[in-house]
Design a protein around this ligand. Structure first.
Ligand code: SAM
Length: 323
């Protein structure tokens, strides 16, 4: 469907849980966050109902995220049922990868086509410290299991943080050179904990300079390219991408809305405006009425985000909003 600015909106990102098996420093405070009580999280049946309704409005692409989606009980059955819904053309998953060594093949069999794996550092100690206890070898194993399982593309999301992983960017470049992996470098967003760390922000231009890619010509042939700008230097099996939410606005081509784990539909990740669908789903109203409200919410998607504004702050962390 179109919104009031004539953007075609067809992509729903769904957070299936606010819980996570990592506590990344820029994402969550050291003491963790208060998990939502079980009954305030949408059931899988409720999510599937909303997905079905959204397909009737023309939504075609769905990304399952969290929190960490793979920690939610019953996730494989949910993925399978989602993949089978009429109108679902593309089912994707974003994960921290810890559980992929065991689950990658089942995820592929369930009908997921592509996967994004978050991996900010390949250094064992740094990873342990930044995630407050994570084991990077599991994630790396998970990356290769995903390739073996035939998930395609496998994208690696690297949030670049000054003083933490800028020296590792060349290692990630090597990863994309040697394997069919799409490594995307992402600007840190002023969300949750990182709102207080704006000095850690590294703009895309600086990342490109660090990698010697500032004069390369971007390509556009990676499925689901979205806001990323891609490069495939000669001899690379994979590619390199850059995703900028701050230094380069892509709001005029934004095609997505988000559903939080507790059932709020957020037309823009970076605007606090959201509509509560949990109560609507539980109120006993018809699919037709829900569809009308869904369409209205999408129609009012803001023209652009305001993250560049110094005063902008969102105190909800990414795992609550749905990363
Ligand atoms: N647990 C899954 C994962 O790790 O991919 C999905 C949820 S996680 C919140 C989604 C993505 O959001 C991760 O790649 C994470 O690095 C990113 N993220 C979290 N906080 C961020 C921030 N302040 N700026 C940029 N990316 C952030």
């Amino acid at each position: 469907m179109q919104d009031q600015y004539l953007r075609r909106i067809e992509y729903l990102r769904i957070s299936v849980t606010d819980r996570c098996n990592l506590r990344c420093q820029y994402c969550m405070p050291a003491e963790g966050v208060q998990w939502l009580p079980h009954d305030s999280i949408l059931s899988f049946e409720e999510i599937l109902r909303l997905m079905r309704i959204s397909t009737q409005l023309g939504f075609r692409r769905f990304r399952v995220t969290g929190g960490e989606p793979l920690v939610r009980k019953g996730i494989l059955d949910f993925l399978q049922e989602s993949a089978q819904l009429p109108g679902v053309e593309d089912l994707m998953l974003t994960t921290n990868g810890l559980l992929l060594p065991e689950m990658a093949f089942d995820i592929k069999s369930a009908g997921v086509q592509r996967i994004n794996i978050s991996l900010d550092t390949m250094d064992r100690d740094r990873f342990y410290e930044n995630t407050r206890g994570g084991d990077v070898s599991k994630v790396i194993q998970g990356v290769f299991r995903s390739l073996e399982a035939g998930l395609n593309p496998v994208k690696i999301n690297v949030v670049v943080v000054r003083g933490f992983n800028t020296d590792e960017l060349p290692n990630f470049l090597t990863l994309a050179k040697e394997y069919p992996l799409h490594v995307r470098f992402i600007e840190l967003m002023p969300i949750g904990v990182s709102s207080e760390q704006r000095s850690d922000f590294v703009p895309i231009q600086e990342m490109k300079e660090l990698l010697g890619l500032e004069d390369d010509i971007p390509i556009k042939d990676i499925p689901g390219g979205g806001p990323a700008e891609y490069f495939r230097p000669n001899g690379f099996k994979g590619s390199i991408g850059f995703i900028s939410a701050l230094s380069r606005h892509f709001c005029n081509t934004c095609n997505r809305v988000r559903l939080t784990a507790d059932g709020k539909l957020r037309p823009c990740l970076h605007s606090k405006h959201e509509v509560d669908f949990r109560e609507v789903l539980r109120s006993g109203i018809s699919d037709h009425e829900i569809m009308k409200l869904f369409a209205q919410t999408v129609w009012h998607k803001p023209a652009e985000h305001h993250m560049n504004n110094e005063a902008w702050q969102d105190t909800r962390v990414m795992s609550q909003i749905g990363g």
